[in-house]
Design a protein around this ligand. Structure first.
Ligand SMILES: Cc1cc2nc3c(=O)[nH]c(=O)nc-3n(C[C@H](O)[C@H](O)[C@H](O)COP(=O)(O)O)c2cc1C
Length: 355
């Protein structure tokens, strides 16, 4: 599919993920076959006030293109100025977040709070289109407030009529948990009604899931969030499946470790050892989550105090997996747990943040 002049072929999208899709994550995902990546959501106000974290979230390297920047906001003037600023960096797409459902976002009438008012979304898109200096504009939405207020078609049409180039549909309602089954029939309905490309999103964890979403809904591509955590191989496997008709399956553990260590090196380079330590512990858990011994790894990772200890544990753990030290366990339970508590899976008593 095409976004403006940028052709991403049949490849998949990496979804915006707060605290996750930083430069390192995007680089690894693209290297392993993602066709298009996104920054995490960035506060429009933070951008125009030159707020340090916002500018950091927004920054990307030219080599990362094609890339989209996602904005969070709802004030017309602030959105206009933020889009003007962002367009100077020349991303390939500027997206408006209409899906985030955490209270600290919706309380300000940002994110999925906008879904109550498709006309306002249309006007915001119009504002963005007229201040982006030709850079295509998109929105990322959920289906509506709840099952009695599904208005995604109205929202999508308002965006299209006002010049949006793409729409990303996370096929859940605002208050649905990530364990709620995705209602892909709505992606199909949106696709049937719109002329612009429609990208489906929600619970795609394997190449076969992605193919099924495209076959069932006719959507132009699929966007992956949780499925890409510790698993850039998903993009590579999907591309291989399109080329050869076969999914090559999960990689060997040596490959997983090699990519994990490469990923860690990129993160440490960007943030420094101390600031990146929590982030890279999470990364390590994500990369190992599909392999036997994950419980054992989780027990040990908490006690570590620095990066070199973590790298030692990663190497020992890889050796233990290779030598089949761990019993084969029923992975579905581990995977369900992971899907429910993505972010803080390795931190006691914290609950998942739902975007
Ligand atoms: C850790 C995490 C952070 C997220 N941050 C964002 C975000 O910044 N912007 C956004 O539009 N969606 C965000 N989301 C939602 C995802 O982009 C995606 O819509 C959702 O997870 C459903 O896709 P999945 O089933 O493939 O995970 C986030 C999701 C997760 C798990």
């Amino acid at each position: 599919m095409k976004i403006g002049n940028c052709d991403i072929g049949n490849k998949l999208f990496l979804a915006p993920m707060a605290d996750v899709t930083d430069t390192a994550f995007r680089k690894i995902s693209a290297e392993y076959g993602a066709g298009f990546t996104f920054t995490q959501m960035v506060s429009a106000l933070g951008i125009i006030e030159n707020e340090f974290e916002s500018l950091r979230y927004l920054t990307f390297n030219r080599s990362e293109k094609p890339i989209g920047v996602q904005l969070l906001g709802s004030d017309f003037g602030i959105i206009r100025e933020a889009v003007k600023e962002v367009s100077k960096f020349n991303p390939d797409l500027i997206d408006l977040n209409c899906g985030c459902s955490v209270d600290k976002v919706t309380n300000y009438n940002f994110g999925s709070a906008l879904l109550d008012d498709p006309k306002t979304i249309g006007k915001l898109v119009d504002t963005m289109v007229h201040s982006s200096n030709g850079i295509p504009i998109s929105i990322k939405v959920r289906l509506g407030k709840d099952k009695n207020h599904i208005n995604v078609i109205e929202t999508a049409k308002a965006a299209e009529e006002n010049g949006a180039s793409v729409i990303f549909v996370h096929a859940r309602m605002r208050n649905d948990k990530y364990s709620t089954v995705v209602q892909t029939e709505w992606i199909k309905k949106v696709k049937d009604e719109l002329k612009i490309p429609v990208v489906g999103n929600g619970s795609v964890f394997t190449p076969a899931d992605a193919k099924k979403m495209i076959n069932d809904t006719g959507c132009d591509s699929v966007m992956i969030a949780r499925g890409a955590l510790g698993n850039p191989f998903l993009f590579q496997r999907y591309n291989a499946m399109l080329d050869t008709g076969n999914d090559p399956g999960e990689p060997e553990i040596e490959t997983v470790t090699e990519v994990l260590l490469k990923h860690i090196a990129l993160v440490v380079k960007d943030y420094g050892e101390i600031n990146s330590f929590d982030k890279i512990k999470k990364l390590a858990v994500w990369y190992f989550k599909n392999y036997p011994g994950i419980d054992n790894f989780l027990e040990k990772v908490f006690a570590l105090t620095n990066v070199s200890e973590l790298i030692n544990l990663i190497n020992t753990h890889t050796g233990d997996i290779k030598s089949k030290k761990f019993k084969l366990i029923e992975m579905s339970e581990v995977q369900n747990k992971f899907k429910e508590r993505v972010l803080f899976w390795l931190v006691d008593n914290k609950t998942e943040s739902v975007n």
